[in-house]
Structure formats: structure tokens, C-alpha cells
Write a protein that binds this ligand. Structure first.
Ligand SMILES: Nc1nc2c(c(=O)[nH]1)N[C@H]1C(S)=C(S)[C@@H](COP(=O)(O)O)O[C@H]1N2
Ligand SMILES: [Mo]
Length: 212
């Protein structure tokens, strides 16, 4: 029998196999973010898709409307660039693919910026947002997210470092060129693949990010 091939972010195998290089296992769920925890005001909350949409229009969902979108679950690990990894959470919510289906991007769109409260943002390739297990999560392990973990909505992109998953998400901007988000402007890698240990922007190679 041949040696099984290990693919980035694969959710099978032993715990050690699921740990990207330089990461250590974390039991429990630490809280990690920059700045204060925003207060959720349901009547003012909306989720917006804007930028390079197929029809040029913005799309907007109230909290009630967003809550009625198709709910799915994915099992995925969380890899923080500060080196802790939390394995095997079940995230529930609306997949990136669902959003892309409901609000299609223009053919020229190549990247997205995911926007959160207080202007936090994270950029990624459109393909990262469209990936099978990318999910705008409302729940973890069947329970509603708590405020400090991103309630009412956070992004989980299992195959990228967790800073690429904004908590308190409010919208997605479709972009026809790459642009750096909050941490990507502040020394973190533009792509952020934990399996390639793409932690810092000085590691970026030609084509991996816009000029700094
Ligand atoms: N809005 C916002 N989202 C954020 C962050 C942040 O500073 N602000 N930090 C990111 C980082 S670096 C990590 S590791 C995860 C941590 O998620 P947790 O606090 O639920 O463990 O949230 C990410 N999402
Ligand atoms: Mo992080």
C-alpha cells in the first residue's frame, strides 16, 4: 500500500498529522483579537456584498434575512499565526459558495476583502472564499458564537491562518485586483497558508502579494 498523500488542511489522520509546521495543539478555545468586542445591534446590522458584482449592484441582508439563508456545517481546524491550533470544530453557518451563488461576482473579480466591525479586514483570493469549507459561521459545535468569538458572524477559512477569518463580519467586497487587509498591511503574509508556513510578509515571493 502506498503512503497516503497529505493535503493542506486535510481533516483526517492523527492529531500530529493535522498540525501545520511550527504549530502546537491547543485544548480549549482562546480569544484572540485586536481592539474591543463590538456590541451587536440587530436593527442596525446588515451584511453587504459590494464591489465587482456581476450586475454592478450591491446586495444587502438584514440579520433576519441572513438568518434565513441555507445553513450548513463544516468540520475545520483553526490555526493562529501565534502558533496555537485548535482541531476539529464543527462550524455552522452560510458557506462562501452560497454567498457567491446569491450575489455572483463579475468575471473580472479575482480577490475578495472581507470586512468586519471597526474596519478590520482580510483579503484572500476569490478561490479561497469559494473553497468548499469556507464558511461564515454563526455556530460552533452546535452553539451560537459568543460575542468575543465573533457573534453574530465570523468567517472561517480552514486552509489559511485564522487572521484571515474576521470575527464580527459585516460584508464582502469583490475586487478585480488584490489589496492588503488589516494584518496583511502590518507585516503578515498576503496569502497565509499555514501548511507552507506563510506567516510574514517578508517571506512573500514574487506574485504572492501586491507591493508593500
Ligand atoms: N474582527 C477581527 N477578527 C479577527 C481578529 C481581529 O483582531 N479582529 N483576529 C483574528 C485572529 S489573529 C485569530 S487567531 C482569530 C481568533 O479567533 P478566536 O478569538 O475565536 O479564537 O480571530 C481572527 N479574527
Ligand atoms: Mo491569530
Amino acid at each position: 500500500m502506498g503512503q497516503p498523500e497529505r493535503r493542506a488542511g486535510e481533516e483526517t489522520g492523527s492529531d500530529a498529522d493535522r498540525l501545520p509546521p511550527g504549530q502546537r495543539l491547543q485544548r480549549g478555545w482562546p480569544v484572540t483579537h485586536y481592539g474591543p468586542v463590538p456590541r451587536f445591534r440587530p436593527e442596525r446590522w446588515e451584511f453587504r456584498v459590494f464591489g465587482a458584482t456581476a450586475d454592478g449592484d450591491k446586495r444587502c441582508w438584514t440579520h433576519e434575512e441572513f438568518s434565513a439563508l441555507p445553513h450548513e456545517t463544516v468540520v475545520a481546524d483553526l490555526h493562529c499565526v501565534t502558533k496555537f491550533t485548535m482541531l476539529g470544530s464543527e462550524w455552522g453557518g452560510v458557506t462562501g459558495a452560497t454567498i457567491l451563488g446569491l450575489a455572483p461576482p463579475a468575471p473580472a473579480a479575482t480577490h475578495v476583502m472581507v470586512w468586519a466591525e471597526y474596519g478590520y479586514s482580510a483579503n484572500m483570493r476569490l478561490a479561497d472564499f469559494a473553497a468548499e469549507r469556507t464558511i461564515l459561521a454563526t455556530h460552533r459545535n452546535g452553539e451560537l458564537l459568543t460575542a468575543e468569538h465573533g457573534f453574530p458572524l465570523r468567517l472561517v477559512v480552514p486552509h489559511l491562518y485564522a487572521w484571515k477569518g474576521p470575527k464580527w463580519v459585516r460584508g464582502v467586497e469583490y475586487m478585480t485586483a488584490d489589496r492588503r487587509g488589516f494584518w496583511e498591511e502590518r507585516g503578515y503574509h498576503n496569502v497565509g497558508d499555514p501548511w507552507r508556513e506563510q506567516r510574514y510578509s517578508y517571506q512573500e515571493r514574487e506574485g504572492e502579494g501586491p507591493d508593500l
